[in-house]
Design a protein around this ligand. Structure first.
Ligand code: ADP
Ligand code: GLC
Length: 495
């Protein structure tokens, strides 16, 4: 098969910028594509965090200005690499937009000029590909921040010649984040008002950048098959189910992979003890003790330790977790290690709860890569009762770390965790505990099942852990699926 030239366009990319799983995905997929023999490049805004990270950055010898609704904004393109790869990352530098703390927001809240910031990014990417003559075959756009690019490509914006050959693909990581702005932001996109209609860029009077991407892209994907189906229903479609339905067979769900170079208990530098499927029973206990010490939980090896690492957003099931904690911290011989940042309402409730139950419940309201790894390794179970979950990476990390996932059967959680029941024990496929109805009662029953198995049936528990640890969710498999789509698009004469 002929090697392709693929450009990944994203607002997050590990190790440069991350607020959630999007960063993990866009840091790993370009490398996986390169390993499959393709030429892979990527684009990211030159955020303050990137420029100050100490990584080697050089000019790409490409500068231009963009007319942002009458304001001429200069752009300088810089260049770096994704670590341990040849993947070139082009950084779109414009200090007024990106020299700030935070990707989308800071402590005062969402940036008010996000439409302008990411319109500029999208326009600069199109211009840079042109000026640098990058000769791309595929432009792979991720989420609303890049939704304008497929529109530029389809409408022949500024007559860039590279549009005639390249095809676009839009991957939806979370339909709830649509990049919806008031209609007077339309001139910032540079596109004509004629595109501001309900079939293309408009959504109930607003400009909608994710909808724009979905409408104009040559292919649309999301990050799990179940979520691909769910978002064509009114319940999960966030108002875009009709548009998605109209794309019919084009909408494909591909489960994310795990970067096992980053998330592997056998080599994880953040852990006091490394372990694999052969020695987890002794070594993982050391990680548990380390975590209990670090978080000032009672050092009790027999207490089931439940971990949570998650954004504090409604999506993640905090309206179930917090009432459950209120009950469980009193009655049960269970400990909790919780790491998250986000909604101040949840932060306050968790902080208050933790104050009274320090030996049972540890809450850390920060973004900490090292603690995220230590919780995966040190906990016995990992709770992820998301209301909805496009894919979810933490349950995949948990599987590999032998922290048995307890999940709501939705989206990617349904596609990646196999519930432990008599059937799945006997055929050795059980990897976790799942509940179907989103309710406190069902989640609680599911947790009781998990805790009972942990405490009373160690042979079953060991089997579940071992099944999970040996499951493989590699990027290679997922990248191959994307390549199939890329090839299909390039074989279609009209895109
Ligand atoms: P989402 O992208 O919806 O937040 P995912 O499960 O796909 O959910 O990915 C979340 C990623 O963000 C994981 O890599 C997880 O470890 C990380 N993460 C979330 N919150 C924190 C935090 N407070 N500190 C460190 N890492 C976090
Ligand atoms: C989004 C989703 C999450 C997914 C991640 C990466 O943030 O909420 O489920 O794993 O994107 O695709």
């Amino acid at each position: 098969m002929k090697p392709l030239h693929v450009a990944t366009i994203s607002s997050e990319m590990v190790p440069f910028a991350k607020t959630g799983g999007l960063g993990d995905v866009c840091g790993a997929l370009p490398i996986a594509l390169e390993r499959l023999g393709h030429r892979s490049i990527a684009f990211l805004p030159a955020y303050r965090s990137v420029l100050r990270s100490g990584i080697a950055i050089e000019p790409a010898n490409c500068t231009f200005t963009i007319d942002m609704a009458g304001r001429h904004m200069a752009c300088r393109v810089l260049k770096t690499h994704l670590p341990n790869s040849q993947v070139e990352v082009y950084l779109i530098d414009q200090p007024h937009y990106y020299d700030r703390d935070g990707v989308y927001s800071d402590f005062r809240g969402e940036f008010r000029d996000n439409c302008e910031r990411f319109s500029f990014f999208s326009r600069a990417v199109a211009e840079a590909i042109d000026q640098l003559q990058l000769d791309v075959d595929i432009v792979h756009c991720h989420d609303w921040t890049t939704g304008l690019i497929p529109a530029y490509m389809k409408t022949g914006f500024r007559g860039y010649s590279w549009f005639s050959k390249a095809r676009s693909i839009m991957t939806i990581h979370n339909l709830a984040y649509q990049g919806r702005f008031w209609h007077f932001d339309m001139p910032l996109t540079g596109l004509d008002w004629t595109y501001f209609n309900w079939r293309q860029m408009e959504y109930y009077g607003d400009l909608n950048l994710l909808k724009t991407g979905i409408v104009f892209a040559d292919a649309v994907t999301t990050v799990s098959p179940t979520y691909a189906h769910e978002i064509t229903t009114p319940q999960h479609g966030c108002g875009l189910d009709g548009i998605l339905e109209s794309r019919g067979g084009d909408l494909v769900g591909i489960v994310n992979g795990v970067d096992y170079a980053q998330w592997n208990p056998a080599s994880d530098p953040y852990l006091v003890a490394n372990y694999s499927i052969d020695d987890w029973q002794t070594e993982k206990l050391k990680c548990k003790q380390d975590l209990q010490r670090l978080l000032e939980l009672a050092e009790d090896p027999s207490a089931p330790l439940v971990g949570v690492v998650s954004r504090l957003a409604d999506q993640k099931g905090w309206d179930l977790i917090i009432p459950m904690l209120l009950d469980w911290v009193h009655g049960r011989h269970v400990q909790f290690a919780i790491l998250g940042t986000g909604d101040p309402r949840y932060e306050t409730e968790l902080r208050q709860l933790a104050e009274y139950h320090r030996d049972r419940l540890a809450v850390r309201l920060e973004f900490s890569e090292s603690l995220a790894h230590k919780i995966e390794a040190g906990s016995d179970m990992f709770l992820m009762p998301s209301r909805y979950e496009p894919c979810g990476l933490n349950q995949l990390y948990s599987l590999r770390y032998g922290s048995v996932p307890i999940v709501h059967r939705t989206g990617g959680l349904a596609d990646t965790v196999i519930d432990a029941n008599d059937q799945t024990y006997s055929d050795h496929t059980a990897t976790g505990f799942c509940f179907s109805r989103y309710s406190l009662q069902d989640m609680t029953e599911c947790m009781v099942r998990a805790v009972d198995t942990f405490e009373r049936d160690s042979s079953r528990w060991q089997q579940i852990v071992a099944n999970g640890m040996s499951a493989v969710w590699s990027w290679e498999q997922s990248a191959e699926r994307y390549v199939e789509i890329y090839n299909r698009l390039l074989a279609r004469p009209d895109g």
